[in-house]
Design a protein around this ligand. Structure first.
Ligand code: ADP
Length: 626
């Protein structure tokens, strides 16, 4: 088993955690958009649409349409539903003088009526109605149930009333402007009334997949096949489309003036008629079909069209929200993170509302989910990362304490020696032979140097990691440096009868701090000796690396390490169990200094190791550019 671990620096670890965060927020945004396509997502969007319809009601206006209503009173005066044709005829006769702009009759006239005289009467009334639009409905997939020819002959056009205002959840939000039966396609009653009112012929209507363009007016349509248009209902403040019933006209003929120049929608408003629908406004109450048509007419006449937000912009907004959420958790901390998270949620709610105020229907769910998912994912990411870091720093503290114990213990040895020796000199100053005194003085000198070196080592780690250590910039040959380190390490190696073999080293020059570099190489060499059994070999060899680098490797036949251990040896104060059991003294600090030195010189370290077989530490160093 060969194991290797590239040099891990704090920056690369941080980069990986940021990449993880990036993936998390990206997935959040994608999930939000995908979930919106499910039917429950559509349900949420529709409810939000209804809410916004109620929230952002347009300013009231003077309606361009009016309803000639067949209400309960009219029905009772005309002998019930059988008298409906006579009632319409009377109503039309009464308003004829007001010259309505168009008259759209939302009553099916496909069969012979209750009596010939009533049909006759209606025919008469139609003959005096110039801009008449009659209704038909879909009988089967390829046939229309048309008005009787006697009525149809007076109609400027025959429209259709579709019977699926409430395709989703019983709330009518939109209306297909076109419906096809076989080869024949007919316009919805409101749209046909609009065409007749504005003198637009069928041939003058342009069609694109997302628009109908009658006479230069662009009507955005959401559904490509049926050209579905969203109905903008009259705001509650308008109290609905004006309604005058035939019975009212009978008692107050003066009301006829209200029909002047209007689009008149004739139809049953009696609740019992069954032609009743729910709108986003109705809150439980129903609206008669004829009023739905009149509302659609108002939408057309006032060009109050609602456009669907493009899928790309919805997707982009999801990504933007998710990215902001990620940034907040990556770079902010404390209470400001909560403020940021709240701002993301508010933004996710504000986007559909602002869009609606600009007549754009923005689905509510994707942004809401993108915000919620990405905030939750980022918060979880931070929780886990912070916890890991906390655990790491606790582990470091623990190891630091153990190392301190070791260090203080180590320091006590030279200190005791210095103390004892200096005491000897002062006590026996006069009697002590010269040679003995020199020997003691040399020992004091050596021990204090050892102490100074120990202190220097500890200080240099701290200063290196704090970036306070200034690197010298000198040129030196790599081979020289290696030879010197090998010579210094040999006395220690000799004690264990370990042979240090220096093989070919490229004749390269390096630039940097020679002293620090020597420290690094010496440390690796002494480690190789320390963590190897007696009578083994330590090989030092160099190779040219790709680009402008050289590789210096130190290979031993020692105790080795497993993968997990290798991944931790550059942590401060970390020592492997095997190293502790080996009886070799150590602080676990040397390699962290080595790593600092090498990375600050623009190089890196690689480790390959196998328990019981040995280790190879390789330094990849930049050669000098001459
Ligand atoms: P120290 O040698 O003072 O313990 P280092 O920072 O130099 O500290 O090394 C950290 C740890 O890495 C060592 O304690 C040892 O467990 C492991 N180690 C370093 N070099 C070797 C090696 N050549 N073979 C096996 N283990 C090693």
């Amino acid at each position: 088993m060969k194991l290797s671990a590239p040099s891990r620096t704090a920056t690369s670890v941080r980069a990986v955690t940021y990449v993880i965060l990036g993936i998390l927020v990206f997935v959040s945004a994608i999930a939000a958009v995908i979930l919106d396509d499910f039917s429950f997502g559509q349900d949420f969007d529709k409810k939000a649409y209804d809410f916004l319809t109620r929230l952002e009601q347009p300013e009231p206006w003077a309606a361009e349409s009016i309803i000639l209503a067949i209400d309960e009173q009219t029905l009772s005066e005309y002998g019930g539903r059988t008298g409906i044709r006579a009632a319409i005829a009377d109503g039309l006769d009464k308003i004829a003088g007001a010259h309505p702009r168009v008259v759209a009759v939302d009553v099916i006239l496909a069969e012979t009526g209750a009596s010939e005289s009533e049909d006759e009467k209606l025919e008469q009334a139609f003959s005096k109605t110039p801009h008449l639009v009659l209704d038909s409905y879909l009988l089967s997939a390829d046939a229309w149930n048309n008005p009787l020819p006697r009525f149809r002959q007076y109609a400027a056009a025959v429209a259709q009333v579709h019977s699926d205002f409430d395709r989703y959840d019983g709330v009518s939000r939109d209306l297909p402007l076109a419906t096809a039966a076989g080869h024949e396609r007919r316009w919805a009653l409101a749209f046909q009334a609009y065409l007749v009112a504005n003198g637009v012929k069928d041939s003058e209507i342009e069609e694109t997949p997302d628009e109908l363009v009658p006479g230069g007016v662009h009507i955005p349509t959401a559904d490509r096949e049926g050209h579905t248009m969203r109905i903008r209902y009259t705001p509650l403040a308008m109290g609905g489309i004006p309604r005058i019933s035939v019975a009212q006209l009978d008692s107050k003929p003066g009301l006829a003036a209200k029909f002047a120049g209007k689009a008149v929608f004739v139809g049953e408003t009696a609740q019992a008629g069954g032609d009743n629908w729910t709108t986003p406004f109705s809150n439980g109450r129903t609206t008669p079909g004829v009023e739905m048509h009149a509302n659609a007419y108002e939408t057309l006449a006032r060009r109050m069209f609602l456009v669907n937000a493009s899928q790309t912009s919805v997707l982009l907004s999801c990504f933007a929200l998710a990215m902001v959420a990620g940034f907040i958790y990556a770079f902010w901390s404390g209470w400001i993170t909560n403020v940021g998270a709240a701002a993301v949620i508010i933004a996710s709610q504000a986007i559909p509302a602002i869009a609606f105020s600009q007549s754009v229907v923005w689905p509510w769910l994707p942004d809401t989910l993108a915000a919620a998912f990405s905030l939750a994912a980022s918060a979880a990411w931070r929780h886990l990362i912070v916890r890991r870091q906390l655990r790491k720093s606790e582990g470091e503290k623990d190891r630091y304490q153990r190392a301190m114990q070791f260090v203080t213990h180590e320091m006590r040895t030279p200190l005791t020696a210095i103390q004892g020796s200096s005491e000897l000199i002062s006590r026996y100053a006069t009697t002590m032979p010269e040679a003995k005194r020199t020997q003691i003085a040399e020992m004091i000198n050596a021990e204090s140097k050892r102490l100074a070196r120990m202190i220097e080592t500890f200080l240099s780690v701290e200063r290196l990691s704090a970036g306070q250590m200034e690197l010298k910039q000198e040129k030196f040959p790599l081979a020289d440096l290696v030879q010197r380190c090998a010579e210094r390490a040999r006395p220690i190696a000799d004690r264990k009868r370990i042979e240090i073999e220096v093989e070919a080293i490229p004749a390269e020059e390096l630039t940097g701090d020679r002293e620090l570099m020597e420290y690094a190489v010496y440390n690796l060499l002494t480690n190789a000796v320390k963590y190897s059994p007696p009578e083994t070999r330590v090989r030092v060899f160099g190779e040219d690396e790709k680009g402008d680098s050289v590789r210096l490797s130190i290979r031993d036949q020692g105790i080795g390490m497993d993968k997990k251990e290798v991944s931790r040896i550059f942590e401060k104060f970390y020592r492997t169990k095997r190293a502790e059991q080996s009886g070799e003294a150590g602080t676990g600090i040397g390699l962290s200094i080595v790593e600092q030195i090498v990375t600050q010189h623009g190089g890196s370290i690689q480790v390959e190791s196998e328990p019981g077989k040995g280790s190879q530490f390789s330094l990849i160093l930049r050669r000098s550019v001459s």
